[in-house]
Ligand binder design. Structure first.
Ligand code: TMP
Length: 408
């Protein structure tokens, strides 16, 4: 079957998990297909969200085996100029904040192709840890020493014995991918110095159910954190939530600073209060989520069907993983979109999982000139709308699909 149903909460062990959204059975969002594979039936897995009333963690009900999920994982941070800029700024700012020096060690869990650590490799000793071999090869080319492995307490002990403890540990968009968080947090406890910090960025569930999009839900993302849930996890391992920032990544993400000692900053209290006001520490806010997603589907399908009846030409823009959740849940197919453009050469020439829409190079926009572009990489909307000024001036309109459908 290659997946199993999780019966207890990943943070607190509660058996009281409540269903909040069912997106049906879908293929893996990053499993782009070759021409040969398109002829075969896609492997699909249930995509259902549950809420834990005891610690407020939102999580997937079913876990796809990591070997299936991450086999040939091809995601490269360096494919996104927005992320490169964001991570580099983060590395410099956090290193400055904690006064990281030449003799310190800075570790990144899920370091991918080394973009973040490269920024500070000249001011300190850096070490990336990531199981994706192809990404690690690129990181090493950037001069970022990388250990190809899954992070956990075993690796933490090994690294601490070899290099000493770390002043900083980063983990961006990776905590949500990991089923056994106890092993990761034990590892962080082992590896982090008493005066150090564990700085992680996670998608913020507040944004997911608010102005973000349900399309960030896919099998790689096992957990959807509120600050409430993350604090609960931190406390379980004796960490203090020293500070938190809201960063404009994937809609909005939380950057959480954990320390072994200290006091929570006023921002921690503010964000906890904001979450409480929105009711996301209880199931009530999530009960409104499923009808909202269903309305989003009806509205977008209505628009696309109306445009097709008028013989409008429509293509997709940015073959993002979240785009595949959206296409497959909504039942958008080749009947609606002629093709999807993507800047990443590794995706060009492939077909989207499930919907089987061809992914092509952006040059196609100029030869075919579609009248409408469904923006599947909506998280980069400001940058993309700016970049495509010329196309828009010639009459092409962008459809922004979530959280509510807009044509601009
Ligand atoms: P991501 O949200 O996982 O980074 O995926 C975004 C996808 O969109 C990625 O495959 C690259 C693609 N993309 C474009 O095609 N054009 C663009 O201008 C941007 C920013 C991304």
């Amino acid at each position: 079957m290659h997946y199993h149903r999780r019966k207890v909460c990943r943070i607190c062990g509660s058996k009281n998990l409540k269903p909040i959204l069912d997106l049906g059975k879908t293929p893996l969002a990053n499993a782009f297909l070759t021409k040969k594979q398109v002829a075969k039936r896609d492997a699909t897995y249930p995509l259902q969200l549950v809420f834990c009333p005891d610690c407020s963690l939102v999580q997937l009900a079913h876990i796809v085996d990591p070997e299936v999920l991450f086999k040939g994982y091809r995601y490269m941070t360096s494919g996104s100029p927005v992320l490169i800029e964001h991570f580099r700024r983060e590395a410099a700012e956090v290193a400055e904040r904690y006064r990281v020096g030449k003799d310190d060690l800075v570790v990144e869990i899920g370091s991918n192709d080394g973009v973040l650590l490269e920024r500070i490799k000249d001011r300190t000793h850096v070490l990336g840890i990531d199981p994706a071999e192809t990404a690690a090869v690129l990181a090493k080319k950037r001069g970022v020493d990388t250990l190809v492995d899954f992070f956990g307490n075993r690796i933490a002990k090994k690294v601490a014995a070899k290099y000493g403890q770390a002043k900083l540990i980063f983990a961006n968009n990776v905590i949500a991918h990991i089923d056994d968080l106890d092993d990761v947090f034990e590892g962080v406890k082992t590896l982090l110095r008493d005066d150090g910090a564990f700085v992680a960025e996670v998608h913020w569930v507040y944004n997911l159910i608010g102005d973000g999009g349900f399309d960030q839900i896919y099998h790689e993302h096992l957990s959807y954190f509120s600050l409430h849930a993350y604090s609960r996890l931190a406390k379980k391992f004796g960490f203090v939530v020293a500070d938190v920032e809201i960063v404009p990544i994937h809609g909005e993400s939380l950057r959480v600073y954990l320390q072994k000692s200290g006091k929570p900053s006023p921002r921690v209290k503010q964000i906890l209060a904001k979450e409480k006001k929105a009711g996301i520490d209880s199931i009530h806010a999530f009960r409104r989520f499923a009808p909202k997603v269903e309305k989003n589907r009806r509205d977008l399908l209505k628009l696309l069907n109306t445009l097709k009846k008028k013989n409008a030409t429509i293509a997709g823009y940015g073959a993002s993983a979240k785009g595949n959740t959206l296409l497959n849940y909504m039942g958008i197919t080749k009947k609606h979109l002629d093709f999807i453009t993507d800047t990443l050469p590794s995706k060009q020439g492939t077909f989207t999982p499930g919907a089987h829409i061809p992914v092509v190079a952006p040059e196609m926009l100029f030869s075919k000139r579609p009248e409408y572009l469904l923006l599947l990489a909506w998280n980069y909307a400001p940058a993309i709308l700016h970049k495509e000024k010329a196309l828009r001036a010639q009459g092409t309109k962008f459809i922004i699909p979530v959280p509510t459908v807009r044509v601009v």
